[in-house]
Design a protein around this ligand. Structure first.
Ligand code: HEM
Length: 815
């Protein structure tokens, strides 16, 4: 980088013009011609000095010294740093000689080498405490209640610039929503590296143990519109923007490690199929309709993804309890330019926990913001969501041996084949101050990589590299959205891009091209030493030199990994997958689409196909769909336990879990208080729920203050339930139909229930079976006789940590 350039010597001497020739002074003041020779004696005249220094700067670069390095293979893979010349002062590179005349608005001269548009978000934070209301022009508004009228009962006047500015801004408050992933929630946080990964990558976040990189994360659903429900059955976006000291890196992933399609060419078709049908605009945020199943059943490569989407992965309990995946194979590149392939995994410390379908459907009505609220409340409570980043690293040679193609986004690499190594952790510890400015305006892009991270030839990834910036140009109103504060990097930004809608940067100087000599060559090409260099050799293929539209042969194995996923699930998970196919396909109006889907499923699992067919009232199984590849390669593994949600129970903590403590007048307050205290000590969120909010008299003569009601917080919104001791309270609750629904939902959804003392009568009244379907005791039903509340609370907490008791489930449900 160039050294700090001295300020212009001549600045203060503009009055001392004695020894400079009048001709030089006159010439230096022209902007449309120049002398044949520059007179080096400025005589203290700033104009002449600028002309002289400009001449010297340009003359120092008599030719483009880096031109020869633009040719040949060796140069192509290791570009040189651009040539620069240091100017004698800052005088020749400035836009103007008047830049030192400052005001409250202009400030002073641009600080050297600084692009202030990328300063920390502090520069745009606004706090109006103690301030007067103003217009956007900073004019104080005397009256914000009335429009300007001709007389108190007279007509409103066009002259009212205060009203017109306010209404005009309001009229334009909305921007287009994202084409996909419109519904989302975001948070700030940081990534911390465990140990240097310099052997594999020079990427900035992985260079030192303990290195911290700020991040912004946005979680999303895919199909629904911006105001749609959080708990739709859908893939969740898991997009992370790393603000590294070498530029922004966006890891734009999902909570499912595979995708429906293998080539970007099919993405618009997929999205058109899943979005609301165009004739009537239904259904919102749902794949249970004809066009989706018509499309996917004609695209057998989607079978693997369909298994994941029909599993409970697609209805997570919380953003804090789901995994994230980069999906595609990427590359790590080290300082020596050597590269390996890498797949990225985010594993939640709180474990992987999901909803069940009946629960998700009910939540979507009672709290469409369920995930957004959960994320917000966890962060406000200090129960920060935390994820470990894991990588699967493998070589090109290993990749060639796999039974599947690592460029195929419908395939995973089983962890048994390439283990997932933990490399760091991410903590989300700050909510946005403003949803629109941060979460809505953030723009992720798979093209945002940095030195040390590169792409594979995955054809789906290639389409994405183009798509995001392209769509953001219209979503965010022009090409300058990188300057929106949430998007700007913390690394320096200097280039010759100029103008366009909403430009904020005010560039000093007259140079906006490269090569140049008028700005001493700056900003100069970084070269291979510091800049991003694409890995020259990507996966070799025999046909590499031909222009083709086609797929490699292994892409045609559409079912092996769908089978792997299904066979790796627990019995309860398998049952949920079958139920989800049954539900979704039952919503399809064309029986032939169901038939086709089941014929496709037969190639993945006969047992699953059979179960789905029965649930759809099919008399006989349709023939299996013909295979695109008659003899797929033998898979390396046929069962992979980490593919089950049960493989990651979490750290045993119950922080941020919401627990309902039902209360009514006559409740035994002391036992309830003991349970409440035990839950609070675990950083859980116990809520007192009564028939209506307000004070509830306890049997001991005290009061409890219920902040939730059976009506405003129904049972399915909670992770667990405590029923109260105290006969009067039990009698009162037994008379309320909401109580029965509350208990039944808790039971049906597999939640842990603690019944204190007399409240076991409520379980009986709700028809809750005392034992599991196989006659064994139900570990999720805890009865606490009088005086045992404290001990029972400990068992209760262990039960909550399991999240759910699937052994209770039957299809159809008993309760
Ligand atoms: C060729 C295939 C794909 C195309 C063309 C595509 C295109 C898009 C577009 C246009 C957006 C909206 C961006 C915006 O307005 O800011 C988007 C968002 C997103 N896409 Fe894709 N996508 C593709 C595949 C995928 C895949 C495979 C994944 C997961 C690995 C994915 C993850 C995401 C995420 C997480 C977002 C939301 C980002 C945010 O929170 O703002 N997409 N995609």
């Amino acid at each position: 980088m160039p050294k700090t350039i001295p300020p212009a010597d001549g600045r203060k001497k503009t009055e001392k013009t004695a020894s400079s020739s009048s001709a030089a002074k006159a010439a230096a003041r022209n902007t449309d011609s120049g002398p044949s020779k520059v007179n080096p004696d400025s005589g203290g005249d700033t104009h002449v000095e600028k002309m002289t220094q400009t001449e010297a700067l340009v003359a120092a670069m008599p030719f483009n010294a880096t031109k020869p390095a633009e040719h040949g293979y060796a140069n192509a893979i290791s570009p040189r740093q651009g040539a620069t010349v240091e100017p004698a002062s800052r005088l020749p590179t400035g836009s103007t000689l008047s830049e030192e005349n400052s005001s409250d608005k202009t400030g002073t001269i641009a600080p050297e080498g600084v692009n202030a548009t990328i300063e920390p978000l502090d520069r745009v934070r606004v706090d109006s405490s103690g301030q007067m209301l103003t217009t956007n022009q900073g004019v104080a508004v005397a009256d914000n209640q009335n429009s300007l009228k001709f007389g108190l009962r007279g007509p409103a006047l066009l002259e009212d610039f205060v009203l017109r500015e306010k209404i005009t801004h309001f009229d334009h408050e909305r921007i287009p929503e994202r084409i996909v992933h419109a519904r989302g929630s975001g948070a700030h946080g940081y990534f911390e590296c465990y140990q240097p990964l310099t052997q594999y990558t020079k990427a900035a976040p992985f260079q030192e143990a303990g290195k911290v990189t700020p991040v912004f994360v946005r979680f999303s659903t895919v199909a629904g519109e911006r105001g749609s429900k959080d708990t739709a059955r859908d893939v969740r976006g898991f997009a992370v923007k790393f603000y590294t000291d070498e530029g922004n890196w966006d890891l734009v992933g999902n909570n499912i490690p595979v995708f429906f399609i293998q080539d970007a060419m099919k993405f618009p078709d997929l999205v058109h199929a899943v979005k609301p049908e165009p004739h009537h605009g239904m259904p919102q945020a749902g794949s249970a309709h004809d066009t989706f199943w018509d499309f996917v059943s004609l695209m057998p490569e989607s079978t693997h993804m369909l298994m994941w989407v029909m599993s409970d992965r697609a209805i997570p309990r919380s953003f804090a309890t789901m995994q994230g995946f980069g999906v595609h194979s990427f590359r790590f590149v080290n300082d020596a330019g050597e590269s390996v392939f890498v797949k990225f995994h985010w594993n939640p410390m709180a474990g992987t926990h999901s909803l069940v379908w009946d629960e998700a459907v009910k939540i979507s009505g009672a709290d469409p913001d369920f995930h957004r609220r959960d994320l917000w409340e966890r962060i406000e409570a200090g129960a920060y969501p935390e994820y470990e980043l894991g990588v699967q690293i493998f070589t090109e040679e290993q990749a060639e041996q796999f039974s599947f193609d690592i460029l195929d986004a419908t395939k995973i690499i089983p962890e048994e084949l390439i283990p997932v190594q933990p490399v760091g952790r991410m903590v989300l510890n700050r909510n946005p101050d403003n949803f629109f400015s941060e979460t809505e305006q953030v723009a992720f892009c798979t093209a945002h990589v940095l030195p040390g991270i590169d792409f594979s030839n995955d054809p789906l990834l290639a389409g994405r590299i183009h798509s995001y910036v392209d769509t953001q140009i219209s979503r965010l109103g022009g090409p300058n959205f990188h300057e929106i504060p949430i998007n700007s990097p913390i690394a320096p930004v200097h280039n010759n891009q100029r103008d366009g809608m909403h430009r904020q940067a005010i560039h000093r100087g007259r140079v906006s091209y490269e090569p140049n000599s008028l700005a001493g060559g700056c900003p100069f090409q970084a070269g291979a030493g510091q800049g991003f260099v694409t890995v020259p050799a990507r996966l070799q293929a025999q046909e590499e030199q031909a222009k083709v539209r086609g797929k490699p042969e292994k892409f045609a194995d559409h079912y092996t990994q769908a089978t792997l996923f299904y066979e790796s699930q627990t019995p309860a998970e398998k049952a949920h997958i079958a139920a989800a196919f049954r539900f979704e396909l039952s919503k399809v109006t064309v029986p032939a689409i169901r038939q086709r889907t089941v014929s496709m499923l037969r190639n993945a699992s006969e047992a699953l196909a059979q179960k789905v067919a029965e649930g759809l009232g099919m008399d006989a199984l349709p023939d299996a769909m013909p295979l695109a590849l008659a003899q797929p390669a033998k898979p390396e593994v046929t069962v992979s336990p980490p593919l089950s949600l049960m493989a990651r129970p979490g750290d045993g903590r119950i922080k941020a879990r919401k627990i309902a403590l039902l209360v009514a007048p006559g409740v035994m307050g002391e036992s309830m208080a003991q349970v409440q205290a035990a839950l609070l000590a675990e950083d859980a969120v116990p809520r007192l729920v009564a028939p209506h909010i307000g004070s509830v008299a306890t049997a001991e003569g005290g009061t409890l203050d219920a902040d939730a009601s059976l009506e405003n917080e129904p049972g399915f919104l909670f992770d667990a339930l405590v029923l109260p001791d105290g006969q009067a309270a039990v009698d009162a609750l037994a008379l309320d139909g909401h109580t029965m629904e509350f208990i039944k939902d808790q039971y049906r959804h597999g939640k842990t229930i603690l019944a204190l003392g007399a409240s076991s009568a409520l379980l009986e009244k709700a028809g809750i079976p005392a034992t599991l379907p196989d006659g064994k005791p139900d570990a999720g039903l805890i009865m606490a006789p009088l005086g045992s509340a404290a001990d029972a609370a400990a068992t209760f907490i262990k039960g909550i940590a399991l999240h759910r008791h699937p052994a209770r489930e039957t299809d159809p449900p008993r309760v």
